[in-house]
Design a protein around this ligand. Structure first.
Ligand code: ZN
Length: 240
């Protein structure tokens, strides 16, 4: 079994298609989506339908929640709020209902998936260091938990203490627990513009991260044509 873990797609259809094409070439057998299918970029409905058609375990991200609700977005940063207002108009009631019904946490095979953290999944906390990761580990009852949300691939390992190790290939060892951020398909923020996802090979107990080039010029053109903030087109090229 080889499982592709992907998320933070953020309505970037070109990146999503490129990642799924790459995964198919890597002999992936199953897919799990970490949420934030919509928000920021210009193809929310198409990305939602693409993921929905895959019928794979999917958890809810904060942008999925905000895009599918009708609450005020005033407290958000103005660029994200503008994109979410626009996204709400692009989705049908039925699509918004599908997003609204996504679960916060799921167990799949022998691991757990959540968009942000297991300790307070609906609070959308950001894990940026090992101290943040410690709070999660108290609530993690499987050996491995995958998450997203910060758009930065990271690997935290808990033995007698919690350490961060480079987000390269990770060999799963007995006696350790792993809390792994699988990066972002559609808006990476680690300085590398290419779409990011991970493959978990259950037989070999190995997780590898992959980076995939995509037609970013088309994505940028669509963002500008939709009247979304120009900054959103610029940041995807910078990986920020
Ligand atoms: Zn996100």
């Amino acid at each position: 079994m080889r499982i592709a873990l992907f998320g933070d797609i953020h309505a970037n259809l070109e990146a999503l298609e490129a990642v799924l094409e790459d995964a198919a070439k890597q002999d992936v057998t199953d897919y799990v989506c970490m949420g934030d299918i919509v928000g920021y970029n210009a193809d929310p409905a198409a990305c939602l339908e693409r993921v929905r058609a895959m019928d794979c375990p999917t958890v809810k991200g904060n942008h999925d929640e905000d895009a599918s609700g009708s609450h005020s977005l005033e407290s958000m940063n103005p660029v994200a709020a503008a994109a979410l207002e626009w996204t709400r108009q692009q989705l049908s009631d039925e699509q918004r209902q599908w997003l609204r019904r996504l679960r916060m946490v799921r167990q799949v095979s022998d691991f757990t998936v959540v968009h942000s953290t297991l300790d307070q999944p609906a609070h959308w906390n950001y894990v940026t260091n090992r101290f943040d990761a410690m709070s999660n580990f108290s609530y993690q009852f499987t050996q491995i938990c995958f998450h997203g949300h910060t758009h930065v691939p990271r690997v935290y390992v808990k033995t007698d203490k919690v350490v961060e190790v480079p987000a390269e290939s990770v060999e799963i060892e007995d006696g350790a627990k792993y809390f792994i951020n699988i990066g972002s398909v559609g808006q990476p923020r680690d300085g590398d513009w290419r779409g990011c996802y991970a493959i978990y090979d259950l037989e070999h107990k190995l997780i590898v991260f992959r980076r995939v080039e995509y037609d970013i010029a088309t994505t940028q053109r669509k963002i500008l044509a939709a009247g979304l903030p120009q900054m959103l087109a610029e940041r995807i090229a910078e990986g920020r």
